[in-house]
Write a protein that binds this ligand. Structure first.
Ligand code: DC
Length: 231
C-alpha cells in the first residue's frame, strides 16, 4: 500500500503540533514539524549576526550553502540537526519565532527546504504540519486540514507552552507577536499561509484537547476511507 499523507496547515498556536503528534501516535505514522526547519535556518541567521527584520533577512541567501539540515526520528521524536548538532528546544525561543517568520518569506529559503520535506513524505507515512503543506509540499495529500483558533486562545496556549519549557514570556508580547506573524505569514508573496481549496476546516478554539483529538481523528479516518486508505 502506498504511503499515507496527511497535511495540517494553519497559524502558530492553533494546536497543530500537539494534535498532530497525538494523531501520529494513534495512527502509527510519523509526525513532521516543518516549522522546525524554518526555525533552524532562522537560528543560523542569528548566529552569524543577521538581524531578523524583513529588510535585512535576505542576507541569509548567500549563506544557505553553509547550512546542512538533517531530520532524524529518535524514539518517535523529530530531532533537527544543524551542521551535525541537535538544536533541541533552542529553536523554540520567542526571538527565533520571529526569525522563522521573516526567513520563511524568502523564496530561496523555501526552495532550499523543499526537497527535505518532500523526501520525508516519499519515504514514510506522515502527518506533516506547517503553512504550505496542502498547497505546495504535498498538493496530493490524502487528507488536508486547515486548523485555526482565535488569536487570544493561541496566545494563552503559547504562554503556557513557553513557561513549561522554562522560557517565560508576557501574554501581551506573545499576543502582539502572533498578530504580527499572522499578518507576515499570510500576506507574503511566496507560499502564503492560506488554506488549500480542498482543505477541511477545523476550529480548535473551544474544545478540550481530548475532544479535539477525537474529532480530528474522525475527520482524518473519514477522509482516508474516502481515498480507499483504511488505517
Ligand atoms: O509552526 P512554527 O510556529 O514553528 O513556524 C515558524 C515559522 O515558520 C512561522 O512563522 C511560519 C513559518 N513556516 C512556514 O512558512 N512554512 C511552514 N511549512 C512552516 C512554518
Amino acid at each position: 500500500m502506498s504511503h499515507i499523507q496527511i497535511a495540517i496547515d494553519g497559524p502558530s498556536g492553533a494546536g497543530k503540533s500537539s494534535l498532530s503528534k497525538a494523531v501520529a501516535k494513534e495512527l502509527g505514522i510519523i509526525y513532521v514539524d516543518t516549522g522546525a526547519l524554518y526555525r533552524t535556518v532562522g537560528f543560523y541567521a542569528r548566529s552569524i549576526g543577521i538581524p531578523s527584520d524583513k529588510s535585512e533577512i535576505a542576507r541569509i541567501v548567500p549563506h544557505l550553502g553553509e547550512i546542512n539540515i538533517e531530520v532524524k526520528y529518535e524514539n518517535g521524536v523529530q530531532c533537527v540537526y544543524l551542521n551535525g548538532e541537535n538544536l533541541g528546544d533552542r529553536i523554540r525561543e520567542n526571538e527565533i519565532s520571529m526569525y522563522a517568520s521573516t526567513v520563511s518569506a524568502v523564496p530561496e529559503v523555501r526552495a532550499f527546504l523543499l526537497d527535505t520535506q518532500k523526501d520525508i513524505a516519499r519515504k514514510n507515512s506522515v502527518i506533516m504540519d506547517g503553512r504550505d503543506i496542502g498547497t505546495v509540499i504535498l498538493p496530493d495529500a490524502d487528507v488536508k486540514i486547515f486548523l485555526t483558533a482565535s488569536c487570544e486562545t493561541r496566545a494563552r496556549r503559547r504562554v503556557a507552552e513557553l513557561a513549561e519549557k522554562g522560557m517565560p514570556a508576557a501574554y501581551e508580547v506573545v499576543l502582539s507577536d502572533i498578530i504580527k506573524r499572522d499578518e507576515q505569514d499570510s500576506s507574503r508573496d511566496v507560499a502564503p499561509a492560506i488554506a488549500a481549496p480542498d482543505a477541511l476546516h477545523f476550529d480548535n478554539s473551544f474544545d478540550g484537547f481530548e475532544a479535539a483529538k477525537e474529532a480530528l481523528l474522525t475527520m482524518i479516518r473519514k477522509g482516508l476511507s474516502e481515498k480507499g486508505k483504511e488505517i
